[in-house]
Design a protein around this ligand. Sequence first.
Ligand SMILES: [Zn+2]
Ligand SMILES: [Zn+2]
Length: 249
Amino acid sequence: MPKKDIVLYFSPHQDDELLTMGVDISKTCLLENKDVHIILCTDGSKSPARQRLNSGDVCPKHNQIHKCNLSVEDFVKARDFEFVSSCKALGVHSENIHIYEKRAVDGELSVEYAQEIIKHFVSIYGKNAEICTITPFRFFQFQHEDHYNLGLAAKILAKKKEILKTKFFLESNRLGKFSKRIINNIIYDIKKEDITEEIEDKIKKAIDVYYYFNPAEKRYAIGSHCVPFLFEFYKKNMLTYCLKPRIRI
Ligand SMILES: [Zn+2]
Ligand SMILES: [Zn+2]
């Protein structure tokens, strides 16, 4: 059997694999010559969803009071479960889903450490592996520090030729009308990933993972409690934007 091309997707948190790279991951998994891996780079422990699920305030989503009393450890465990289930729904093999044992604490992923993580996986899978992650992008709005640093780390390594193939994605909610006009065709070539019915089914299943709420099963719909607007937006649009820089940035 011919050797497969390795594709490594680096996700800062449990949900970015879906919200920013989901369509591409799902499509690549369907290609026979690709071996798709996903790496989770932080623990996602700082999400405001923990407070929402513990606080006793009325949750606008469920119109009830949650008193889940989740410790940080329980919370991270439940988020990891959502991540693994989402990756599986997208079509990634279980053994290719990596919750990196030395991942950073949420919000503390430095650009140096992000490089270490990428280099670690490149040392296992080889320099020819394609490195896919979120683009570092701060022209118009704030970008989460972990997202920015991870993208920047991939760019630095590419510049140093420590990685040979890269692919960058933009968080779909950040491409407003104004920024689209300015950015498209000037700074980036923005490619919206097409979606087939088969892919749409997979994406829907992955979305469901982040909405599933049943505390008796230790399932808390953390993704959709964390960024409810992003999930509602994604549900309607299922957008994945791949970026190709037109100018050196
Ligand atoms: Zn994130
Ligand atoms: Zn709720």
